[in-house]
Design a protein around this ligand. Sequence first.
Ligand code: ADP
Length: 268
Amino acid sequence: AYAARMARPEEDGRDPGVILAVRDITEYRSLERAKTAFVSDLSHEIRTPLTTIQSAMGIVQSAGERLEPAERRALQLAEQELRRIRSMVEELLTLAQMDSQQYSLEIGPTNLEDVIREAVESIGAKAERFGITVETDFGAGEHTCPGDARKLYQVFLNLLDNAVKYSDPGAHVRVSVEEGENELSVRVSDTGLGIPEDDLPQLFERFYRVDKARSRASGGSGLGLSIVKEIVELHGGRVGVESELGAGSTFTVTLPRFPATRPADYAR
Ligand code: ADP
């Protein structure tokens, strides 16, 4: 395999001639494949012992009453960390599948409202624990788009999870859907910590975290938003962010919708 690159014309319009750089990337590709396979195998291998640890902890937990307060706190901490490792392993596995092209969408008519309601429901207990309210505003229109419901659920769950994680008690999270002629836009807004302007361009990169201390305290891995972006782009959509430090953030997911007037054979 080869990668080629051509120089652009000079800015002042002068013709620079042609510079063609050709590089053999066969070795690079096979290294990339080996890396992806390694991450995938490792994640699979880690899953099994994690499940064993989880059941062992369940047994200790069932002795709840007999535990000292300090022991109970230690158990809680261990559980929290275990949950963090499990979600990191699942995220790594998802990314490895995406890289090895083993990740495909099962596209069907998807009611975004149902998908979002499910994600809001899943985040409900956590939001309540953090003292954060989540509200939805779907308007009146038709919110069906071609999509993979499971994967879009993951998108909104990740965005909602962040909105809750990076907000202080008393904050509000709002999810709304807006219809365009050819698109549906979902906005997930929070009145939380916000993101510094300088960090916004890199926010969707793998492992990127704004403030490592902030992220670690709330259990982040820096993978969630990169998964969001890849899933949305696989749907032919895009994702954007606006944020103000100390005031809150809004993430917008825009997805293509069914054309308003469908071709006859499409409607059948
Ligand atoms: P993480 O697992 O660390 O949450 P993400 O990829 O989901 O990773 O997010 C990347 C970084 O973006 C986070 O570490 C966090 O600093 C910042 N971030 C994401 N969502 C929000 C939000 N709603 N409010 C403030 N910061 C956010």
